[in-house]
Design a protein around this ligand. Structure first.
Ligand SMILES: Nc1ncnc2c1ncn2[C@@H]1O[C@H](COP(=O)(O)OP(=O)(O)O)[C@@H](O)[C@H]1O
Ligand SMILES: [Mg+2]
Length: 330
């Protein structure tokens, strides 16, 4: 009998709202909807790319999934447990099985702490190895990320940005995670170093088999690295599907606009952080209907009224747009 493998992570109807609880006399201030009714799933060992302009809610979603940030409502089932309603014990398990890699490799490390101590801290907190094995495990982890064991004695300020990011990855791997959320983890690095770190992540994924949510505004990197991609606009996922399909046959005008913004001359070039003309509307005052309609070249009268279109449920490639796929012209 063929049993469909269970997702490692299944997020359903997740909302993260900021503010909006304060009252101006006579006027209720609405919340900022940073993550708005998001549902997604990640299979064990899978790499999901999360893309969208700056401010679309990618980091907020990533942090909420790992319970490193607040959430307003929704379900986050990780390895069978709803972490949105987790007990302290459940959260400890989540901490032992997941990790985040941040954009700023220096900011993520304590500048006064030696690299070895920073890794040892993680090993101790999560009781990953007996005390007698901590030294050798640090050496193993450093080797895994391509650094000599001698780096254990250095401090972050002695290191380059790329070396620092390798340490960030070593710390993440110290928990032996089933899921890593990498938030713009190469955006601050030089292009040549970016390539090295991405190759490292791909090698580690092969070796260790962890799932990765790879947050990036750079579509070229996502195309190279990710099995599937989810495109966010103003807190919502507007399109999701297998990476190649989404890149070659986008079904949401927003995705199509993002792709068009990649310069033709050099297909490997990244995407600027705000590639589209005009500003997205404020997530405090979202437009009626589809939130993309004021910027959408294909918008129909129906797009500006009622509820935003839903992502749909059938098939791996889905978009929240009322236009048939063939009718998107960007
Ligand atoms: N702690 C916070 N308090 C209030 N608003 C926030 C907070 N964090 C993020 N936001 C807002 O939420 C929206 C999404 O932000 P973010 O998740 O950082 O987007 P992205 O990572 O895609 O650039 C933005 O409008 C941002 O200003
Ligand atoms: Mg971000």
């Amino acid at each position: 009998m063929n049993v469909k493998p269970a997702p490692l992570l299944e997020v359903t109807g997740l909302n993260v709202h900021f503010g909006g609880t304060g009252f101006i006399p006579g006027l209720r201030t609405p919340p900022l909807r940073a993550v708005n009714d998001v549902s997604l799933a990640v299979m064990p060992g899978e790499t999901l790319g999360l893309v969208g302009e700056s401010g679309s809610g990618k980091s907020t979603l990533g942090r909420a999934i790992l319970r490193l940030g607040e959430l307003t409502s929704g379900e986050i089932v990780f390895d069978g447990t709803d972490m949105a309603r987790a007990t302290v014990g459940d959260l400890n398990r989540l901490r032992r099985q997941s990790a985040m890699i941040f954009q700023d490799p220096y900011g993520a490390l304590n500048p006064r702490m030696r690299v070895g101590d920073a890794i040892a801290e993680v090993l101790r907190v999560h009781r990953k190895v007996p005390s007698s094995r901590i030294g050798s495990r640090i050496a193993e982890l450093l080797n895994l990320v391509g650094l000599d064991a001698g780096y254990a004695n250095s401090r972050p300020l002695d290191l380059s940005g790329g070396q620092c990011q390798r340490i960030g990855i070593a710390r993440a791997l110290a928990v032996e995670p089933k899921l890593i959320v990498a938030d713009e983890c190469v955006a601050a690095l030089d292009v040549s170093i970016q390539g090295q770190i991405l190759n490292l992540l791909m090698d580690l994924r092969e070796q260790i088999g962890m799932a990765i949510i790879f947050i990036a505004h750079d579509l070229a990197i996502v195309r190279r690295l990710c099995d599937r991609v989810a495109v966010m606009y103003l807190g919502r996922i507007v399109e999701t599907g297998p990476t190649e399909e989404v890149f070659t046959e986008p079904r949401h005008p927003y995705t199509a606009s993002l792709l068009r913004a990649i310069p033709d001359i050099d297909p490997d070039r990244g995407l600027p952080e705000n590639p589209l003309a005009g500003e997205p509307p404020s997530p405090i005052a979202l437009p009626c209907g589809c939130a993309f309609h004021p910027r959408c070249p294909n918008a129909l009268p129906d797009c500006s009224t009622g509820e935003p279109p839903r992502l749909g449920r059938d098939g791996p490639h889905r978009a929240a747009c009322i236009l048939p796929p063939g009718e998107i012209r960007i």
